[in-house]
Ligand binder design. Structure first.
Ligand code: AMP
Length: 286
């Protein structure tokens, strides 16, 4: 079932149509990039699409708001869905194929398999959102096997997710190169995110403090400052800047995400905090 829209982008909703189109490209010898998303696309997503186009002959974007990665009290129902606008953006952006399955196509009756990446999934966001990374690992494994791309691109905005996916692909010998793309920000520093749409104007004005505060902490640590002191100060600064609560501000190894008490290379500072009803995450290299 292929929808017809103006432009070169084709949208499919079932795995069979997806595979048929990709197999045709493979017969022509084309390389394929995959960019998974949950839609409500913004410039951050489109930067992944641009990068994908530079690296492969054909780009497959997916839009799927994956129920398995939302907790029972999280925003699955409220998550913004703007498929028409998304289609226009992808079409204008030169993406070749959109795979936008519904929940029944991804998880038909009787679906019983889950993918879980131990250790790295259980900390940071995993500790605050139990089951989240199992949902991510399961859907990303499915998408990789459905598309069988040469490369798949993920944003550093979701840094822990990127590391979970690298581990998963390595552990399961999935033959794909995972490409991490630096975080795209608004001019005031706020990391672009579909969830920024939840912010009231007042919260939106306060939200860039997250990036400013973690950048300041990272600079202090890079200059030889104490990690515990810098992260404690960052927590206090976040609360003073209008965040209602802080889930974590942590310095971790840049690949394994193991906790660090002294600075190593690579190191990453990661944070999650609540602005009103919106949970914001961000991270920077140290
Ligand atoms: P999402 O639709 O939020 O699941 O994001 C889909 C992909 O886009 C993920 O790999 C994200 O890490 C990436 N992404 C989201 N926001 C940004 C951003 N501001 N900069 C770079 N990548 C992003």
């Amino acid at each position: 079932m292929a929808s017809t829209y103006a432009g070169a982008l084709v949208a499919v909703r079932d795995v069979e149509s997806l595979r048929r189109r990709i197999q045709a490209w493979r017969r022509e010898g084309r390389s394929v990039a995959l960019v998974p998303t949950m839609g409500a696309l913004h410039k951050g997503h489109m930067t992944l699409m641009d990068r994908a186009q530079k690296m492969a002959d054909r780009v497959v974007a997916t839009i799927f708001v994956n129920p398995k990665q939302f907790g029972p009290k999280e925003d699955f129902t409220a998550y913004p869905r703007r498929e028409h606008d998304d289609f226009e953006m992808l079409n204008t952006g030169g993406v070749h194929l959109l795979f936008a399955p519904d929940v029944a196509a991804m998880y038909p009756n009787g679906f019983a398999t889950g993918v879980s990446v131990a250790g790295i999934s259980e900390q940071l966001d995993g500790a605050h959102r139990p089951g989240h990374f199992d949902g991510v690992a399961t859907v990303v494994t499915k998408l990789l096997l459905q598309v069988l791309p040469d490369i798949a691109l993920f944003g550093e905005k979701d840094y822990q997710q990127l590391m979970v996916i690298r581990r998963l692909v390595s552990d399961l010998n999935i033959p794909v190169d995972i490409i991490g793309v630096p975080t795209v920000r608004e001019t005031d520093g706020l990391a672009m995110s579909s969830r920024n749409a939840y912010l009231t104007p007042e919260e939106r004005a306060q939200a860039p403090a997250l990036y400013k505060i973690i950048t300041t902490a990272a600079a202090a640590i890079a200059a030889g400052g104490d990690i515990a002191q810098a992260t404690m100060a960052a927590r206090a600064d976040l609360l003073a800047a209008g965040f209602a609560s802080v889930d974590y501000v942590e310095v971790r190894h840049g690949e394994t995400l193991a906790p660090l008490t002294v600075r190593v290379t690579p190191a990453r500072l990661l944070a999650a905090a609540h602005m009103g009803r919106t949970r914001l995450i961000d991270n920077v290299a140290i």
